[in-house]
Write a protein that binds this ligand. Structure first.
Ligand code: MG
Length: 341
């Protein structure tokens, strides 16, 4: 039985400089994997994130280190295979995510069905995605919103000094619902509460990671007072983090790069539901390949923020479409994406 593992780093250029509360970038170096077994190739993507000490070089090294383990495993036994990957790869969650994704793509191609069908999901049940507006001058942020009148919800990045000025500017150009992501930018709980109370009058759905992940006691205080639902992003990676943070947030933002892929992401959805928490499915800056994996899972969640591929100037993959604000996968085997020639 032949087995091949191909790993490649590709630079994804952002259409506009991408700025959030803690940093700014013009491109991302993501790692792409192709797992070939029995004549079928599964594709996956890792988006290393500096916030979690991930790099393309370390991700590549970790993926390469499990080559023999993968070669000897039956890919249909993916539950245990992915558990084994999680034991062998530590500290680079996105590396496991890329392999999990490639295995799910391989599975769908082997069974000749889209992943959502294998999982019994209907893409029409997925919520509309939000479209993220990175931090910039209020005028530029207004322009980004004007350019995407096809989007039903906007996610506005905040966490600097002029948050209210930004929201006022956005409200001049759209009445659509917005959600806010402070990316840990508000360091003081009283400031965070003041901002959230003001935002509650601005047709804001919810606020993501208002305070630093490490300030959990402040989040408990804030949750008891916040007029808007609060969602954890930087404060969690996998399912075992959820019970620990449940008293500080109303919901969680699952990202495949943090969760180490789809298998764990599905488990997290059930854990969150058991704790009466809402579920959002987000992403990093990823191509259509990485985003497609989330899209197959999206019928199971309350809120979707799967827009990473829309922020790119050079998406190396295609297969997703936007239908009435919803990101829809192709009706094709596996993840349903193909390389742009
Ligand atoms: Mg976030």
């Amino acid at each position: 039985m032949s087995f091949k593992l191909h790993i490649e780093t590709r630079r994804l250029n952002l259409a506009h400089t991408w700025t959030i509360a803690r940093n700014s970038s013009d491109y991302k170096d993501n790692v792409f994997v192709a797992l070939e077994k029995e004549g079928i190739t599964g594709l996956g993507e890792a988006a290393p994130n500096v916030r979690y000490n991930e790099t393309a070089a370390l991700t590549t090294e970790h993926i390469r280190s499990v080559e023999d383990f993968l070669a000897g495993y039956d890919f249909f036994h993916y539950e245990n295979l992915i558990n084994g990957l999680r034991e062998r790869i530590t500290g680079q969650n996105c590396a496991v995510a890329a392999l999990d994704m490639a295995l799910m793509d391989w599975l769908g191609k082997a069974l000749k069905a889209p992943l959502y069908k294998i999982w019994g999901l209907n893409p029409a049940d997925a919520p509309s995605t939000s479209y993220s507006i990175g931090i910039d001058s209020p005028e530029q942020m207004q322009q980004r919103v004007r350019e995407r009148q096809d989007m039903e919800i906007f996610k506005i990045k905040l966490g600097k000094e002029n948050d209210r000025e930004i929201i006022r500017a956005i409200r001049e150009v759209t009445a659509r619902p917005i959600r806010v992501d402070a990316n840990e930018g508000w360091k003081d709980k009283h400031l965070a509460l003041e901002q959230i109370e003001w935002l509650a009058g601005q047709n804001v759905q919810y606020v993501e990671q208002p305070m630093p992940a490490g300030q959990h006691e402040d989040m408990v205080w804030l949750k008891q007072r916040s007029p808007l639902p609060l969602f954890a992003d930087e404060a969690l990676h996998t399912g075992s983090d959820i019970p620990r943070i449940a008293d500080g947030y109303h919901g969680i933002n699952i990202k495949l790069m943090k969760s180490m892929g789809l298998v764990e992401a599905r488990r997290m959805i059930h854990t969150a539901r058991a704790l009466d928490m809402q579920v959002m499915l987000g992403c990093m800056v990823e191509s259509s390949l990485g985003i497609s994996a989330g899209v197959h899972l999206s019928p199971l969640v309350d809120h979707v923020d799967l827009d990473g591929h829309m922020l790119l100037a050079n998406d190396p993959f295609r297969g997703l479409s936007l239908q009435k604000g919803r990101v829809v996968p192709a009706n094709a085997p596996g993840l349903g994406v193909e390389t742009v020639k």
